[in-house]
Design a protein around this ligand. Structure first.
Ligand code: TTP
Ligand code: CA
Length: 362
């Protein structure tokens, strides 16, 4: 039986939650903003609804620039309410988890799922299931989402993005190659702007061009691991399983520093409450973390990250604080003054995984 994998992504998520809570916002551009607190306009747009996107507003854009694009237009600039979005996310993921064979949450508003058993490998049953799921999420939360169904994660992810918002795209295994063939390489998960540019400089812009490229050439350009993954992905081949990581895949917090600085002591001191916050969340969810990142945002809003993967997962606060200090020490040796600083814990695992791990090793 061939696998049936889905990818669900909530539409314009943070902005849509704001619309759900204040329906009078519907129809006007809505921008969810991270205000840095310096001046009324300093900060960036986190996301926006599709009405705002018609005016060229994009995620990550400075608020002042977005205001310029919306000059003379009635629009709502709303500060980000992260805890609220997490609560919506937790409820949607809970619904999803109860309906599928396996769920892998990939971000606050997206998840992969496996419904091979549930559907008996039948794509029509999978399509009907996806429609019911969309209806259920809309009934419960008033949120629209886009779903892609396919033979693997690579195809499902591209399919969920294919018709947005409120889309449903079902690609059977025998349609997958034809579905990918007109698309540019950057639709494949893992091809960021850097890789796309490198491929373009070498005459590779579409997925079939990538699929036809000699593997040795791709390995020279990209290294063996990425080359093999992309060569397979471009041929609609992807054996990555849907892995249940037990709910949240990441925990993170960002703060705006009182003054721009590259002083390690100041950065760590101001970050302490955020670190304690993230740690409390970790403990309350019975989770251990294995990877940890220090994130610094400079005055020009460019993000810089230093990450480390620990040998074994932990939930120890002193390890968290020590690693953050070391990572920021390394980061600050290489960049200028930071405007914002943050921490992200990844590869989260729950107690159950921990127990089975010790069962195996003891
Ligand atoms: P996305 O799924 O990339 O975007 P979206 O949900 O706003 O819009 P759509 O899926 O309809 O294209 O990101 C999910 C959330 O993550 C988004 O609502 C806000 C947040 N986010 C940021 O804070 N900064 C960013 O640069 C991006 C891309 C997203
Ligand atoms: Ca989304």
């Amino acid at each position: 039986m061939s696998r049936i994998v889905g990818h669900l992504d909530l539409d314009y998520f943070y902005a849509q939650v704001e619309e759900v809570e204040a329906p009078s916002l519907r129809g006007i551009p809505v921008l969810v903003c991270v205000f840095s607190g310096r001046t009324e306009e300093s900060g960036v747009v986190s996301t926006s609804n599709y009405k705002a996107r018609e005016y060229g507003v994009k995620s990550g854009m400075p608020i002042a620039l977005a205001k310029g694009r919306l000059k003379g237009v009635e629009a709502a600039f709303i500060p980000m309410h992260h805890a609220k979005y997490e609560a919506y996310s937790d409820r949607v993921m809970g619904t999803l988890r109860s309906r599928v064979d396996l769920l892998e949450q990939a971000g606050i508003d997206e998840a992969f799922f496996d419904v091979t058993k549930k559907t008996g490998g039948d794509y029509d049953a999978a399509a009907a299931f996806a429609r019911e799921l969309k209806d259920e999420i809309f009934r419960e939360e008033k949120l629209s989402c886009s779903i892609g169904i396919g033979p693997n994660k690579v195809v499902a992810k591209i399919a969920s993005d294919f018709k947005k918002p409120n889309g449903l795209t079902v690609i059977r295994d025998d349609q997958a190659l034809a579905f990918l063939s007109p698309l540019p390489v950057d639709r494949i998960y893992g091809v960021g702007p850097k890789t796309a540019k490198l491929l373009e400089e070498n005459g590779i812009t579409t997925i079939p061009e990538l699929a036809r490229s000699p593997i040795e050439r791709l390995e020279d350009l990209l290294g063996k691991k990425l080359a093999v993954y992309l060569r397979n992905a471009s041929n609609a081949i992807d054996d990555e399983p849907v892995v249940d990581r037990g709910g949240t895949s990441q925990l993170s917090r960002m703060i705006t520093l009182k003054t721009d600085t590259r002083d390690l002591q100041q950065v760590v001191a101001e970050l302490l409450p955020a670190l304690k916050d993230v740690h409390e969340k970790l403990i309350s969810k019975d989770l251990f973390f294995r990877s940890i990142s220090a994130i610094g945002i400079l005055k020009d809003l460019s993000p810089h990250t230093r990450s480390k993967t620990l040998e074994t997962p932990t939930n120890d606060y002193s390890v968290l604080e020590k690693e953050v200090r070391d990572l920021f020490a390394a980061l600050l040796r290489e960049v200028g003054d930071l405007r914002r600083a943050g921490v992200r814990l990844g590869e989260l695992q729950d107690m159950v995984d921990q127990r089975s791990l010790t069962d195996f090793t003891s």
